[in-house]
Design a protein. Structure first.
Length: 131
């Protein structure tokens, strides 16, 4: 079981309101498990947080300003991180799955449509239940 304040979740999106919506959608899970939320609005900040803090889980938009979450995934893969990732997008999800498969990072839990934030919460909850 996860100890309170011993799990760091990184939310990555360049739009503040999207991060706030996700925080709202996962608020029950955050409270139940005592999760710490880290936020990044840029790819550079996300990589800095991964390298400087212990990040246990990442939820990221595919489009991060002018950057793409695939660049974050490549960084994780290249540096042998094993952080579970959920990516979300308003684009065609199947195209993104194909792109992420080519990178070879084996810790992508799912790629979901941006409009399906409940699925983000369900995946996170299922992951934490198994820990």
């Amino acid at each position: 079981m996860i100890k309170a304040n011993d799990f760091n979740l990184l939310l990555v999106d360049d739009e503040d309101y999207v991060i706030e919506c996700i925080k709202y959608d996962i608020s029950r899970i955050v409270e139940d498990y005592g999760i710490n939320i880290l936020e990044a609005e840029t790819l550079k900040t996300a990589i800095f947080l991964v390298e400087s803090k212990r990040v246990d889980f990442i939820i990221t938009d595919y489009n991060i300003g002018n950057d793409l979450s695939s660049e974050l995934i490549r960084h994780l893969h290249k540096n042998q991180y094993t952080i579970p990732v959920i990516s979300f997008s308003g684009k065609m999800v199947d195209d993104l799955k194909e792109e992420f498969d080519k990178i070879g990072y084996g810790f992508i839990l799912d790629i979901v449509k941006k409009s399906n934030k409940k699925k983000l919460a369900d995946i996170l909850d299922n992951y934490l239940t198994k820990k």
